[in-house]
Design a protein around this ligand. Structure first.
Ligand code: ADP
Ligand code: MG
Length: 572
């Protein structure tokens, strides 16, 4: 370990020289009060991916109390919190861009409304460590040594001083952060015991600020959520006392109501309820089971050997639907494939919205049954499968369906959104179903059907572009994988670009360890997930140098969804 003065000397010495000379500063430097700075990877020019640094403070000096990280919920939450504090202090204590390209930039992973497991911060009994990046400053390709000194010797220590020492952070807020996340996990764990698949706390604010902002709608504009009495349940949380709200039971639940009355908003909130949310998000107590998957039509996607025969049979030209492939799936076949792939991965809750579903997949009314006979219609509509799905496979469904009352026959519960407030209309819907028989014939047979586990072949993955492995997230919805782009536009429960980034490297990791023409897709993803659980998210990093500071943990479903969308994917 070097001393910080040696860092200063080195920077003075290379001032004005070519950018490559920055390589000399790689190494670990000790500062005051238990703080050491690891310059672990230096960028090759001012435009290249920025340099990677770790700031570590020993706990003897940092003094974070154990209560803040004594279990997994708390540890993830405090690491999230400190990442945000660090980001805030970057803004406060740096003077920003100075020079060419990324010169002068200091950045840590950006957190959104969710609290996710990340690699940007680590806290344990020994130390707290922030992993961040900087653009080492240059004019053209000439090193700006004095500017670098300002960044490394002045600004970064100030950021560290105000972020990584317990005495300098907002202690109450940090504790609140941690206790809230713990209660969210507590409720999620208790759902099953109460036979629920989702919970929406009274007082929640579900609508978002806009279509491009995930922040809550301003309180004065939003109607706060209030459970109908018949759906109200209570959780005795460890930290927030009794929390009341609407419990959605297992089974089949319809969300009905007039257009623009808040149906999709409720479903979207349930969809994101697999993640914890930060305080003041409005969805702090909107909690759903971890194994939920939003299902939608996704025409144009590729499908590789998925058994969609529970839903689709007798396609024109005798195409096999027990092993269905398409370069360009239709609305209905893509929706069927999305369901089967979710079930393959072990989903326990399907979420569907009529807004994004294929109509012919959802309903087939009696008149259409008369006109187009069953043997001319390949699709068995979801309405004839949804009960079997629950009965045979234990998979619940929550669906928004404002346009067809046929579903009253198959629903366990019907919730009507009325001016943004939920009403229990189950009884009324059942009565109506009694009085107005649809006379439609059930077309779903007696059993749901087979859920096939598929084995991906290693030869279907090519991460190379030329002679180099090239795997990289490009924004939230795209992964560059070798020569192709994996399109994740329709994966609605992918919420953070750092998850996308992790998924890319997870596929690479799986390719090295588990994709061997024997393991099923589910086994592969579960094995990787198990490795992450045991050894931390950073094990997926392919880089021997530098730190893996930009991952957030994706769910198994989003990992599988990405693999399923690789255009070159081959199934045994
Ligand atoms: P639906 O799916 O029933 O047609 P949406 O859920 O899309 O309706 O909601 C319609 C509009 O109402 C959206 O702009 C949404 O942000 C807003 N909205 C939804 N819920 C609330 C609420 N609780 N308070 C205020 N505005 C809301
Ligand atoms: Mg809608």
């Amino acid at each position: 370990m070097y001393d910080k003065d040696e860092l200063k000397q080195k920077l003075l010495k290379i001032d004005g020289r070519g950018y490559k000379a920055y390589k000399d500063i790689q190494g670990i430097y000790s500062f005051d009060k238990g703080f050491s700075l690891n310059i672990s990877h230096v960028q090759s020019d001012p435009f290249a991916s920025p340099s990677k640094l770790c700031a570590r403070v020993q706990q003897q000096c940092a003094k974070f109390p154990k209560e803040l990280y004594l279990n997994k919920s708390r540890k993830i939450a405090i690491e999230d919190y400190l990442t945000r504090v660090f980001a805030h202090n970057i803004n406060k204590y740096t003077s920003g861009n100075r020079g060419t390209g990324k010169s002068g930039m200091i950045a840590i992973d950006r957190c959104g409304q969710e609290i996710l497991e990340r690699t940007s911060m680590v806290i344990n009994d020994d130390y707290v460590e922030a992993r961040f990046v900087i653009g080492l400053p240059a004019r053209g390709r000439r090193i700006l040594g004095k500017q670098a000194i300002q960044m490394l010797i002045d600004e970064i220590p100030q950021i560290v001083e105000h972020s990584l020492y317990y005495e300098n952070i907002n202690k109450e807020e940090a504790m609140e952060w941690v206790l809230l996340a713990e209660d969210q996990d507590y409720i999620r764990e208790k759902l099953d015991e109460k036979d629920l698949i989702a919970f929406i706390g009274n007082g929640s604010i579900l609508p978002r600020e806009s279509g491009i902002s995930d922040r809550p709608l301003k309180a004065e504009k939003a109607v706060k959520f209030k459970s109908p009495d018949s759906f109200e349940v209570t959780f005795d949380t460890p930290n927030h006392g009794r929390v009341k709200g609407m419990g959605i039971p297992k089974g089949i639940t319809l969300i009905v109501g007039g257009g623009y009355h808040g149906k999709s908003t409720l479903l979207n909130a349930i969809e994101k309820g697999c993640y914890n949310h930060i305080k003041n998000d409005g969805r702090e107590f909107v909690i759903s089971v971890s194994d939920s998957v939003k299902i939608r039509a996704e025409d144009g996607r590729r499908v590789e050997k998925v058994d969609i025969s529970p839903f689709i049979n007798n396609l024109p030209h005798g195409q096999d639907t027990a092993c269905f492939s398409s370069e360009d799936a239709s609305g209905s076949t893509s929706q069927a494939a999305n369901i089967m792939e979710a079930l393959e991965m072990g989903a326990k809750l399907l979420l569907m919205d009529e807004d994004t579903s294929a109509t012919n997949f959802m309903i087939r009314d009696v008149r259409m049954q008369e006109l187009v006979s069953k043997d001319k219609e390949p699709i068995t509509p979801f309405i004839d499968k949804v009960r079997q799905l629950y009965k045979d496979c234990g998979v619940s469904t929550v669906m928004v369906i404002g346009g067809s009352g046929d579903y009253f026959d198959v629903a366990d519960h019907v919730i009507m959104m009325d001016e943004y407030l939920p009403k229990d209309v189950t009884e009324r819907a059942k009565e109506i179903a009694e009085n107005h028989k649809t006379n439609r014939r059930e077309e779903g047979g007696t059993k749901f059907g087979n859920i096939k586990l598929r084995i991906p072949l290693a030869s279907g993955f090519n991460p190379y572009k030329g002679r180099k492995v090239k795997v990289k997230a490009k924004g939230l919805h795209t992964i560059m994988f070798g020569r192709e782009n994996i399109d994740l536009q329709n994966i609605e429960q992918l919420v953070d670009v750092s998850q996308t980034c992790a998924i890319g490297d997870i596929i690479l990791y799986a390719l090295q360890k588990y994709i061997n023409d024997r393991n099923t897709l589910r086994e592969i993803v579960e094995k990787v997930d198990g490795d992450i659980e045991r050894n931390g998210l950073e094990i997926i990093s392919p880089f021997p140098k530098g730190h893996p500071g930009e991952y957030a943990r994706p769910r198994k479903y989003e990992i599988a969804a990405a693999i399923n969308r690789i255009r070159s994917l081959k199934i045994k």
